[in-house]
Design a protein. Structure first.
Length: 293
């Protein structure tokens, strides 16, 4: 849909992944990974490490396919996402942020031996995410720029892979929030670097570091990373709710914040609104114009 703004520096379009059954794009990658897996690999269940959205995606498909699902999640996960995972019937193992983050690297967790679906560094997951690009090109074949939230890189790299093959003139940028933006300085340095990480309500993206294998893909596929401040993201959440009647979580609003700033240039800019799973209290606070963190 077109975001109608009188003072917009570009034609801004929204790809509303917040309208998926689980309220986020993760349904695509989770489903692709499970449907491609041999049936015998699902016999002992599936599991993932996730702050909420991949957990919901995997749990949704697990319930549909009658497969047991377990989620390793950080003890800082928002209650909105925890409640959704519980409704979908998945088991949850809360751990510290540090322990949770390490699971992305090791791909193991004691006591879990089913099919592991990595939240971002997984070919099947990224291929599923790439279907977003196909839909964008079907609706807007002359798109100039796509802005995709960057958490682990599976969304932006999946989209960029398809775009490079089908519409190489279109630029694809990662969208990061300044409180947790490792990709931009890593691309500038030519190697993965660690950054200071400040937890915020923008919990769907952000990390202290870029994983090496994802950095290689980002270097190859993305045109760069653009960073928005936390205040700009909050303003974008408010704008989407008030002007477009779209509820976006912080990660989903970050591309809109960047597009509004003019950092993505002019032309036709598509913002991936990756999800809408934001705590009601936090959304209320943002709509009231209160300072958020």
């Amino acid at each position: 849909m077109r975001l109608e703004l009188e003072d917009a520096p570009a034609e801004i379009y929204l790809k509303l992944e917040n309208l998926q059954p689980i309220g986020a794009f993760k349904l695509r990658g989770a489903g692709n990974a499970m449907l491609l897996a041999p049936p015998e690999e699902l016999e002992h269940g599936v599991w993932t490490a996730s702050a909420g959205n991949m957990a919901q995606g995997l749990a949704w498909w697990a319930r549909k396919l009658d497969v047991r699902c377990t989620v390793v999640l950080p003890d800082t996960a928002p209650e909105t996402k925890i409640a959704a995972i519980r409704r979908l019937g998945a088991g949850m193992i809360p751990v510290s942020f540090e322990e949770w983050h390490e699971v992305f690297r090791t791909r193991t967790f004691e006591g879990l031996d089913g099919l592991h679906v990595h939240a971002f560094s997984d070919d099947a997951v990224m291929a599923g995410n790439g279907t977003i690009a196909l839909e964008i090109l079907e609706d807007l074949p002359d798109v100039d720029v796509i802005l995709a939230p960057y958490g682990g890189g599976g969304l932006s790299c999946g989209i960029a892979s398809a775009i490079r093959a089908l519409a190489p003139s279109c630029k694809v940028f990662a969208a990061e929030v300044a409180t947790a933006a490792p990709l931009a300085p890593s691309l500038e340095a030519g190697r993965p670097v660690k950054v200071d990480y400040a937890p915020s309500y923008v919990d769907g993206i952000g990390s202290p570091e870029v994983f090496p294998e994802m950095f290689e893909l980002a270097q190859e596929l993305l045109d760069g990373s653009l960073v928005a401040s936390l205040d700009e993201v909050s303003a974008a959440v408010r704008l989407l709710a008030e002007r477009a009647r779209v509820v976006a979580e912080g990660a989903g609003a970050t591309p809109v914040a960047i597009a509004r700033s003019g950092a993505a240039g002019s032309g036709k800019v598509v913002c991936i609104v990756s999800g809408g799973n934001i705590d009601s209290a936090k959304l209320s606070s943002i709509l009231a114009g209160e300072k958020t963190g």
